[in-house]
Design a protein around this ligand. Structure first.
Ligand code: CP3
Length: 349
């Protein structure tokens, strides 16, 4: 099959599909025993991200194990950040730790804009290895968006209230603009290199924008993401772009102005209401914790989502956020099969 006509790419473009395609955020992760074994062999999580053979192998696990319709490059949104000149490590039970923190304009000015071919060759090599093996399904590339990356850089890691990120945004225009501009440039070059290396579509993870009011989002953040999208569309008009944020229902009107093909919805954002606001294809939005419910309930919820999404321009099924480590892989496979089955049924009606 010509990959361009794969259901995921068709749904992204708003064309009719025989069934609703599905992939799952964090589909190559700790809920899979095969992932955990390879991760152990690799050493640290960052070591795994930098090992093209193993990263490619991990990327392909969920195709084989749960039958998703696309692979997503195994890496992390913080992989390019390390090459800007900030140490990134993952501490068990604590999440990512970034040091030194960026606190002054000079700190931000010192940050480098990585050259993907030179500084991140392992990512591009991983993509090439995956594309050699995966010929019947698309490969999704990804990057964090400037706000989400800036929050890790300013906070030094994960955060609950985003005090450092927001106060910098409000109080220190020069530092904020310098940092956001560098991140914007970094993301453009990084995603562009992934597309040149072979990914078929890209997702921009702006995971934490939901913590911003609409006013703040429009005033301090939106233009940077917009610049990335416009530049990518200019350089790679054929490559669909998905934009995703958590708890971002109040930002839909603003995000609908992005020249993206798909908007990812978290599970608190109601599809019916979202479709009154946006005219893009949608992605989502099953609550990840639903995979701990009975098969009967999962099926019911899948039907509800698929039915609401019939009115969308196109629909790619996904969870509303990443799959959780204690999830039973059998439930993930059940979800994939159920989405395929029910979406075919709904089309026959
Ligand atoms: O989706 C996929 O399967 C592709 C790989 C992928 C990972 N992270 C692998 C990963 C992707 C697309 C990401 C994106 C990412 N990373 C985001 C955006 C998506 C989201 O969740 O909102 C964010 C915020 C990060 C930063 C990050 N990386 C965090 C907060 C953590 C969790 C730390 C923890 O211990 O739970 C990570 C680690 C990480 N990234 C893991 C995986 C499989 C677990 C690492 C391990 O094996 O120990």
């Amino acid at each position: 099959m010509d990959l361009k006509n794969h259901p995921i790419l068709k749904a992204a473009r708003g064309e009719k599909t025989e069934y609703t395609p599905i992939w799952i955020m964090r589909q190559a992760g700790r809920y899979s025993e095969r992932y955990r074994k390879i991760r152990e062999k690799a050493g640290s999580f960052m070591d795994l991200c930098k090992n093209p053979e193993l990263a490619a192998e991990v990327t392909l696990i969920p195709i084989d194990e749960i039958g998703v319709d696309a692979a997503i490059l195994f890496s992390d949104i913080l992989v390019p950040v390390e090459k800007m000149g900030i140490n990134v490590s993952f501490v068990e039970g604590k999440g990512p730790v970034l040091e030194p923190k960026v606190e002054t304009v000079e700190d931000a000015q010192r940050l480098k804009i990585p050259e993907p071919e030179k500084d991140l060759p392992y990512v591009l090599e991983t993509i090439q290895l995956i594309k050699e093996k995966l010929t019947d399904r698309p490969l999704i590339g990804f990057s964090g968006a400037p706000f989400t990356l800036a929050s890790y850089i300013l906070e030094g890691g994960s955060s609950k209230n985003y005090i450092a990120a927001k106060s910098t945004m409000w109080n220190d225009e020069k530092l904020w603009n310098t940092l956001m501009t560098k991140l914007t440039q970094t993301v453009i070059e990084y995603l562009s290199a992934q597309i040149k290396a072979g990914v078929d579509l890209v997702q921009i993870f702006d995971s934490w924008i939901g913590v911003l009011s609409r006013d703040d989002y429009e005033r301090y953040v939106f233009s940077y993401t917009e610049k990335i999208v416009n530049e990518l569309k200019k350089r790679h008009p054929e490559t669909p772009i998905i934009h995703f944020g958590v708890n971002a229902g109040h930002l839909l009107e603003v995000n609908n102005r992005l020249n993206v093909d798909v908007i990812g919805l978290d599970w608190k954002t109601e599809i019916d209401k979202a479709l009154q606001i946006i005219d893009k294809s949608i992605q989502g939005n099953l609550d990840p914790v639903m995979l701990f419910a009975s098969e009967e309930l999962i099926e019911k919820q899948v039907r509800k989502i698929l039915t609401s999404a019939q009115k969308a321009r196109g629909h790619i099924f996904n969870l509303g956020h990443g799959i959780l480590p204690p999830t039973d892989p059998k439930k993930a496979k059940f979800l994939v099969d159920t989405v395929h089955k029910i979406s075919r049924e709904l089309r026959e009606q």
